[in-house]
Design a protein around this ligand. Structure first.
Ligand code: 0X9
Ligand code: ZN
Length: 807
């Protein structure tokens, strides 16, 4: 690894003065658009020649006044093509790309806005280390996981699970020989779904180029026809703000990434600068996972949708008027930039940077892997923390890895990462009543909880209804996320349980992390074929549903009262929430960590009555869990004898119907109230394999259990409707075909539903400060979902209390 510093065209080190770019005028232009002639107003440039086959990193850092906005672009001098660019909201920029030895480059700095006439340029060239490339193409295999045991076993393998899966299987990426060996040794059954991922990736890129070359516009609100680069996201955010003063504001989140990038967002509301106007806030997040490009596209298109919709009038104008929208299209800016700028290798190896998932934290890696930069290092894309395992909600439990190089690595501590702390700061300081965090892929609208043991929150009926409604627009499946697989430390499993704001994970699309743009972005967003939401409104309409929910006071809580003009109200809650018992890599478990959250929000009184849209004061985490009271006893367990004989081997059920069939009956009210039934069978030899499918009276499979390498099967159905059922027992394999290893009896066990549990109520502390910032009112406020609480004249009523508080 060589860091050459700034080199002039001839390869000699630059002087300090060469490091300072200067422009006397600011010009609002896209610096990355084209290489401008030397001396163009508002620009400065340096010419360089790469001394290496490797990586170029060009940075800007502000000099003195940090309020200026400079952008940066690097061009190939011969072709004029943009090689790398950066267009943040200030003068902190990082443009990175691969270059070849002898390549002649022009670094172009553009002063976009603000008073800073100068900015500091730094350029590094880094040689690449290419050891350890995989030998075989990577594959997607479908792993059969009909039981929770199987799912747990799969999770324990620390493989790269895709979010594609159903009740009985999960698709997994197998990139290396080590992955292959792990899966083979697990006893889990699997089949190859996609034999060579690289072919697909290269074909996708080609298709995208062809589409963008011919299509001049699209059904997207912006008309976009190709995946954006990070610098385009940033540039468009500030241009949207510049073109729509008063309605759109671009902002930078508090923490820079590990590589020093600023993370930017946009806020949209009437009178946008008055963030303390008491309106409900709808937050849309994209790109927690680097390779999930459509998630950023959907987020920024939603921003265009709102701006255009507001200008056009009608439903969106009315909704925008009642709410605030915050959009952060790219939460994981480092990871995204790497994935987006990588060459399409598509083999899912750790050097396939296009398929990088995590962020750029390197601190938890072993010393030999801590060298290099995020985009080029000996461990490739396997360094870093999974931002969607790093939130505090149930952190440290199932479905997250303790290992630095695994794609679901949870990080060294809850909120150890700048990316999650950035989202935390938004959610902790604004009343985010609604949150969608976008991912790809597999057509899902996911809600909490991430693990089944947590049990659904008291809000489950309304929470589910909202998810179902959105799913009716995009054609996705709406379900609690544990049904996909266990996850802990995910975005909404923190934000929801801590604040009560409805949070969802969308898994956009059906065909890959960043499929061709036309299908993966345009069709999914606008609800066009081939998307599952074709003709139903697509994600566009799902987002509008979410915004309508934010605009509906019945969906959150409201405080009303009165306060003098110029006074400021503040709500505050501070609490501790335990993480999961913290799983260790040696299999032991340490006690939960108690994470302190402080939630605050402000209202600027305009005089007279106010109305303030807020989340419920009681955290869902302690409010209780949803369930239902048993209305009668559960049905008595039954043991059904194994029918005489043994069916022939059948590896092709249900096409081949050879099986044993054992009927049983499930009673219902008023006789019994079953919360669930569990059907189990057992045999002796793990090399023997019986599979079990449970059919209802119409012949539909209602649940199943079809694992391999075990001596039992267990199928569960929650809240089973009364009626006749059939257990279908399929003889999939016999350890010794000459001596049948038959299963014993079929047991059907019934259990009562778990009743709803209720926890204590929590208040907000509401304070009022006068124009001079003196505390003049203080009270506790309890407010439930859908409730409106009149807090009265809070700025004078509790004056005595406030005075005592001041002493
Ligand atoms: O595993 C994830 O983080 C998400 N899938 S992805 O392929 N996009 O990485 C799914 C998360 C689902 N779980 C929760 N949201 N709790
Ligand atoms: Zn994701």
């Amino acid at each position: 690894m060589v860091a050459l510093g700034l080199v002039a065209a001839a390869g000699t080190p630059a002087t300090a003065a060469d490091n300072v770019l200067r422009a006397d005028a600011a010009v609002t232009r896209a610096c990355h658009d084209k290489l401008l002639p030397a001396g163009t107003r508002g620009t400065d440039r340096r010419e360089l020649t790469s001394g290496v086959d490797g990586l170029l990193q060009a940075r800007l850092t502000p000099i003195g006044d940090t309020s200026g906005d400079w952008d940066l672009a690097v061009f190939d001098q011969k072709t004029g093509a943009v090689v790398a660019a950066s267009a943040g909201l200030h003068a902190t920029e990082l443009a990175e790309s691969f270059v070849t030895k002898g390549q002649q480059l022009v670094v172009q700095g553009c002063r976009y806005a603000g008073p800073a006439k100068t900015t500091r340029l730094g350029v590094d060239f880094l040689a690449l280390d290419k050891t350890g490339q995989p030998t075989k193409p990577a594959q997607v295999v479908r792993v059969q996981t009909p039981t929770r045991q199987d799912k747990d076993r799969l999770l324990g393998l620390d493989l790269d699970l895709t979010e594609k899966g159903d009740a009985t299987s999960v698709d997994v990426v197998i990139a290396t020989d080590a992955d292959r060996a792990k899966l083979a040794g697990s006893g889990l059954r699997s089949s190859v779904v996609e034999a060579d991922l690289s072919g697909q990736s290269i074909a996708n890129a080609k298709q995208d180029r062809a589409f963008a070359a011919t299509a001049t516009s699209s059904a997207l609100p912006s008309g976009r026809t190709s995946y954006r680069h990070l610098y385009e996201y940033d540039y468009e955010l500030k241009e949207l703000a510049r073109a729509n003063p008063g309605l759109v504001k671009a902002f930078t989140l508090p923490e820079v990434t590990w590589e020093g990038r600023e993370v930017n967002g946009i806020e949209i509301a009437t009178d946008v600068d008055n963030t303390a106007d008491g309106k409900a806030v709808n937050l849309t997040l994209g790109v927690h996972h680097a390779r999930e490009w459509p998630s950023g596209e959907h987020a920024i298109e939603w921003a265009y949708e709102l701006v255009k919709g507001y200008r056009a009038g009608g439903e969106i104008r009315s909704l925008v008027g009642k709410t605030r929208n915050i959009i952060v299209p790219v939460v994981n800016a480092d990871g995204f930039s790497i994935s987006r700028e990588a060459e399409p290798k598509g083999d899912f190896s750790r050097f396939d940077y296009e398929m990088k998932r995590k962020n750029c934290n390197v601190n938890d890696s072993p010393a030999q892997y801590r060298t290099g930069v995020c985009k080029a290092n000996p461990a490739g894309g396997s360094r870093g923390t999974d931002p969607n395992r790093n939130y505090a909600g149930f952190w440290g439990g199932n479905g997250a890895s303790t290992l630095w190089n695994v794609d679901t690595y949870r990080g060294s501590a809850p909120f150890s990462e700048p990316e999650t702390r950035n989202v935390r700061s938004l959610v902790s300081t604004r009343q985010i009543t609604n949150l969608i965090t976008l991912h790809t892929y597999s057509g899902l609208v996911l809600r909490v909880p991430g693990v089944a043991d947590v049990r659904p929150p008291l809000d489950e009926p309304t929470y589910q209804a909202l998810g179902d409604k959105m799913a009716s627009r995009n054609g996705y499946k709406s379900e609690p996320s544990w049904m996909l697989y266990d996850t802990t430390g995910s975005t909404e499993d923190w934000s929801y349980w801590a604040t009560g704001g409805y949070g969802f994970t969308f898994e956009i699309g059906t065909v890959g992390f960043h499929p061709p743009y036309e299908a993966g972005v345009i069709a999914e967003y606008a609800g066009l074929a081939p998307a599952t939401g074709a003709g139903k409104g697509g994600n566009r309409q799902a987002f509008i549903d979410m915004l309508s929910n934010a605009a509906d006071p019945a969906a959150h809580s409201t405080l009303i009262g009165s306060a003098p003009k110029g006074y400021q109200l503040q709500l505050r809650k501070s609490f501790q929430t335990p993480t999961s018992p913290v799983q260790q890599s040696d299999g032991t478990t340490l006690p939960p960590i108690y994470v302190t959250d402080t939630i605050t929000s402000k209202l600027a009184a305009t005089g007279g009555r106010f109305s303030w849209s807020v989340n419920p004061s009681t955290r869902p985490y302690i409010a209780g869990r949803y369930g239902r009271a048993p209305r009668g006893p559960a049905q008595a367990n039954v043991v059904l004898p194994n029918p005489a004989g043994v069916p022939a081997i059948n590896t092709n059920w249900p096409v081949d119907t050879t099986a044993e069939r054992v009927p049983f009956h499930v009673d219902g009210m008023p006789k019994v109230d079953n919360g669930r039934f569990t059907v189990s069978i057992a045999w002796t030899n793990p090399a023997t394999d019986w599979d079990m499918y449970i059919l209802d009276s119409t012949g539909a499979i209602v649940t199943q259990s079809a694992s391999g390498g075990t001596t039992s099967e267990r199928a569960v159905l929650f809240d089973p409707p009364p009626g006749d059922y059939t257990a279908v027992l399929v003889n999939y394999a016999q350890a010794d075909p000459t001596k049948t290893d038959d299963y014993a009896n079929v047991s059907v066990d019934f259990a009562s539903p778990l009743p709803t549990t209720l926890g204590p109520k929590e208040p907000y502390q509401l304070t009022c400060t006068d124009k001079k910032g003196r505390l003049v009112g203080l009270t506790d406020v309890y407010v439930d979902r859908a409730q409106t609480v009149d807090v009265g004249d809070v700025c004078t009523r509790s004056a005595r209390l406030a005075k005592e508080h001041r002493r």
